[in-house]
Design a protein around this ligand. Sequence first.
Ligand code: XMP
Length: 508
Amino acid sequence: EILILDFGSQYTQLIARRLREEGIYSEIVPYFDGLKAAKEKKPKGIIFSGGPASVYEKDAYRVDKEIYELGLPILGICYGMQLITVDFGGEVVRADHHEYGKAELFIDEPHKLFDDVSNPTIVWMSHGDRVEKLAPGFKRIAHTSNAPYAAIVNEEKEIYAIQFHPEVTHSVEGQKILRNFARNVCGVTSKWDMAHFAKEQIKKIREQVGDNKVICALSGGVDSSVTAALLHEAIGDKLVPIFVDTGLLRKNEREQVEHAFKNVLHVPLITVDAREKFLSKLKGVVDPEEKRKIIGHTFIEVFDEEAKKHKDAKFLAQGTLYPDVIESVSVKGPSKTIKSHHNVGGLPDWMQFELIEPLRELFKDEVRKLGIELGLPSELVYRHPFPGPGLAIRIMGEVNEEDLNILREADAILIQELKAWGLYNDVWQAFAVLLNVRSVGVMGDNRTYDNTVAIRCVSSTDGMTATFSHLPHEFLERVSTRIINEVDGINRVVYDISSKPPATIEWE
Ligand code: XMP
């Protein structure tokens, strides 16, 4: 319904996301395909995203001007605003200083773009260029103290442009502005939701796959589980779902995944028991990076061996999410790389599969909604993220069976208590770390000399930054008492009070 032209902003996906939250369907295309897509897809309106470039640079990203003649409403955001201004004969200059941060937006007169929006309202600015002179036919409808032209319109052509970023949550009522554009200006009336998303993806997957088989590696985590469930909906027994038990999983994790797939979704999961292989390769290894590498390689080895048994498989499905896609959807350009992640599901090029990544437009919370839609149990869907290398990076030093069992028990108690206190969904991740530090304690009349466990609970929205969770002391006390009493081999529990940065979430 709404076509989004991507000019390379790192926020482009957020525009789509905000529209999805309002039940409005949108598609993103690179700016150079804009005209063609607008003709083919017949949207009700078009949004130009922001972008890192300057419109007056020689090779600035441009769009075929014919797009303005299609009679479709357009909303330009930031770079999009500057481009529209230049295209219609206005003037854009470099601002004296880069404007970055919150600003008060004053609405000059009531307007359907600002229905239900307070006046003034807080918006987020991030730009180095600004509109100096309006193009003929345009008038101002809102301003800030720094930006005289914060929102402008050409009423006759229904072309709108705004300097701020409505798609970021710092723009308090930005989502309403995007909704108003879609509903009030473009006349979008339909309601779109995750059920539609599932339907569309299923259709796409069927078209792409045809009669071929698709392999999918399950880790027990949310993303790969949802991917497998979606593929099974789409292609039934042409899906080969492979679950590798590395022996580095949490307590009952394998049973939970097996149960969900075999009994709830009726997907014939292939479990490969590689516990011994992983443990023997990790024997004597203490360096964190080496541990990670060994686990990565071993995973590929085990997975490859199993995949070879399914010679007719041509595709590999992965649960890549939007935050993993890092680079802006399609525009090769200076949108900034944030962080690349080693993922055990990531396979080397020599494995000759074509990739299917049906979740690559979604954020974690949307994937969870999709999982529920597909019938996955909520305990699985609302699980905390879990790293590919598993418990191995939560045991300092060498990994062995005995320590894994101790850690599993301590971790399970923490999670149980979080759920009992209604705190589980308030934290992004919570887990126990076995420190391999021994200390003296006293149990009854006896001296003990046992292991220490650290409890790590963090609040975060994306795992990129995090603060340690401020949990009630009574809760921590309960967790500590239970772990020390119930888990043999532990006589001390400490709480990790570091944030990221400078610490990381995991200890290795
Ligand atoms: P750090 O420790 O870097 O972790 O602050 C950030 C987030 O990423 C998870 N993590 C991983 N996930 N493979 C993964 O799939 C990995 O190798 C890996 N290492 C860390 C971590 O649990 C946290 O959510």
